[in-house]
Design a protein around this ligand. Structure first.
Ligand SMILES: *Cc1c(COP(=O)(O)O)cnc(C)c1O
Length: 512
């Protein structure tokens, strides 16, 4: 896709359509001088350079990347009409697109029936699911894993329901035994399972939790905001086995009561695109309202009638719809990009285990890799591991010549010691390094990424740690890849800062 062609086309669609209504004079109050605009735009563009290169495989931190060009063109084209998907008359075309997208998402999870809609975010989608949970199981609380997204306890607070954190096992998954103990008290009406925790990418045992919850008359909500699109890979036995993904939790989603998934994470969409799906269309009754502002033109429930939010960008639905025309919800469609990320995570885990500089915090379950600089001999202190991780993070970002951008995850001392019993616990927790391999381009870049992070880790641990001085053949054996070839779509990417060289530095520079 050449955006130099498609961006002007995006602007034309609304304009050409608008011509049929006749010309009229624009009001002078909003008129701006072309030169003023040019000057303001320059200042604006300059400001935007204060950013991280989310598009580039050097960025291996949070679950962020720019939207697919199809989503970008879809969004901009529809935004010129500015539809509001709160109600059908806010924009019939994008309301229809939203319904089709939601049906496709329900199909991805195998829901036999559904009602649902897009939301501004995963947080709002979860809030809505917990609101319905409260209405259908009044007076009972919500259980979620101690590793669940932090907004679940916040939203329980907002809704005035009791939230209960359930212990996680040694791989960060909800412990069914601990859950059953809590269910036995009768205080829990809804269990939230997470398919892909935000921190570790851990997948709760949905199949086991669902069976338990049903025994105790509880609802089950699946928070698949981050991991939901891995259902495309888990649905195919052969591929799931090849990628080391247990299909059972994913298959069990079809029997749960509600699901959240964020197209603005693995669905290639710009921010502002979450989704919530309910298995029982009758939950619409919890949203009954009588808005004096909205007139109805549709026999079906309006999207706004089954939503806590009012105004919502129809352009989000347009962007997702256009994307799914080209990359449908199949293992070989949108799933191919996720499979690349998963393969990269597996390959990186192997490289880390084979080398001396880094240690895996735990084995990746999806495409999130967590690791820390291998401490020197003896009994390493947790505080030293924490400090070394922080040095890697900072040194990676500060090096203009060969930067790498990671993120950190704070883990409890107990959780750390369970995975690495040799550690001396001298602090209540530690930061471990975390890379979400959400871009398929990370696969080809992996040798460089690993070499650079390993080199930084060796430097962070210092001369007493293993591999303090990088050997001449390790980090520099990677082929030189000019940055320009990593960017196929010229207009979709910011220009690379001039301080970043187009080739791999020499060994002397690397050892700096
Ligand atoms: C990202 C995420 C959320 C929150 O979604 P937002 O779209 O950031 O509001 C909730 N749960 C999980 C598991 C997530 O990964």
């Amino acid at each position: 896709m050449d955006l130099r062609y498609w961006l002007p086309r995006a602007a034309e669609v609304a304009e050409r359509w608008g011509e049929r209504f006749g010309s009229f004079a624009a009001h002078p109050s909003h008129r701006v001088d072309e030169a003023d605009f040019a000057a303001a735009f320059e200042r604006f563009a300059k400001r935007l350079e204060h950013n991280y290169p989310f598009f580039h495989p050097r960025y291996a931190g949070q679950m962020v990347k720019p939207p697919h060009p199809a989503a970008l063109v879809g969004y901009l084209t529809a935004m010129r009409f500015n539809p509001n998907n709160h109600a059908y008359e806010g924009g019939p075309a994008t309301n229809d697109m939203e319904r089709e997208c939601v049906a496709a998402l329900a199909g991805m999870f195998g829901l036999p029936a559904h009602v649902g809609h897009l939301t501004s975010s995963g947080t709002i989608a979860n809030l809505e699911a917990l609101y319905v949970a409260r209405q259908s199981h009044p007076g009972r609380g919500v259980a979620y894993s101690a590793q669940a997204h932090y907004t679940h306890s916040r939203m329980c607070h907002v809704l005035g329901v009791a939230g209960h954190a359930v212990a996680a096992d040694a791989q960060g998954r909800m412990d069914p035994g601990a859950l059953e103990e809590l269910l036995r008290t009768g205080r829990v009406g809804t269990v939230v399972v997470t398919c892909g925790t935000t921190g570790l990418g851990a997948v709760d045992p949905v199949h086991e939790v669902l069976a338990l919850a049903r025994r105790y008359g509880a609802r089950v909500h699946v928070d698949a905001a981050y991991g939901g699109f891995f259902a495309l890979l888990a649905g195919d036995d052969e591929r799931a086995a090849e990628l080391g993904i247990d299909p059972l939790p994913w298959r069990a989603i079809a029997g749960c009561d509600s699901v959240t998934v964020d197209p603005h994470k693995h669905g290639l969409q710009p921010y502002g695109c979450g989704a919530v799906l309910f298995a029982d269309p009758a939950i619409g009754r919890h949203f009954a309202h009588d808005s004096p502002y909205t007139y109805f033109t549709d026999a079906e429930l309006h999207l706004g009638e089954i939503s806590l939010e009012c105004s919502r960008a129809g352009a989000s639905a347009a962007a997702l719809w256009l994307t799914l025309q080209l990359l449908p919800l199949t293992a070989d469609g949108l799933g191919a990009g996720l499979a690349a990320g998963r393969r990269t995570a597996l390959a990186w885990a192997e490289l880390i285990e084979a080398g001396d500089e880094l240690t895996l915090y735990q084995r990746p379950q999806l495409d999130i890799v967590t690791y820390f600089p291998s401490p020197g001999g003896g009994r390493p202190a947790l505080s030293a591991i924490d400090a070394a991780g922080d040095r890697v993070l900072r040194a990676g970002m500060a090096d203009e010549r060969d930067p790498v951008y990671l993120s950190v995850l704070r883990v409890d001392a107990g959780d750390f010691a369970r995975r690495h019993p040799g550690v001396r616990v001298d602090a209540d927790g530690a930061r471990v390094l975390r890379s979400v391999l959400i871009k398929p381009e990370a696969q080809a870049w992996l040798p460089r990424l690993h070499a650079r992070v390993a080199e930084l880790a060796a430097q962070a641990v210092g001369p007493d740690g293993p591999c303090a001085s990088p050997s001449s053949d390790a980090p520099t054996a990677v082929p030189a890849v000019p940055l320009a070839v990593a960017t196929a779509v010229p207009l979709a990417v910011p220009t690379v800062p001039s301080s970043v060289p187009s080739s791999v530095p020499s060994p002397e520079e690397s050892a700096r």
